[in-house]
Write a new protein. Sequence first.
Length: 116
Amino acid sequence: MNTHSARLSALMVSALLCTGSVWAQSATTPSERMEHRIDARQARQEQRIDRGVQSGQLTRHETARLEHQQAHIDRVEDRALADGSLNRHEARHMEKMQDRAKRDIRRQKHDRQHAQ
């Protein structure tokens, strides 16, 4: 496992632990529930990218593009949460971005290109 994958894996584990502890504190507001759902989905998508790298289903270029897309979603989420909460419009926008990322991950993992 290269250092990039190790760092990404460590980041995902810490993100899962953080989201789990937030959820355990009883996310009661709709904003907190939306934020948890978005964070959990981000973590799952990052895991799918990691598995694609490990299995050789993703090339370096595909991986870089997908990781850049995930980083963009993270930045959009950070901006949306800058005021302390996530409104429905922001959550819907985030979910659409994640839907597109999910399709892109699937397409790239199942195309005929493989890492060499």
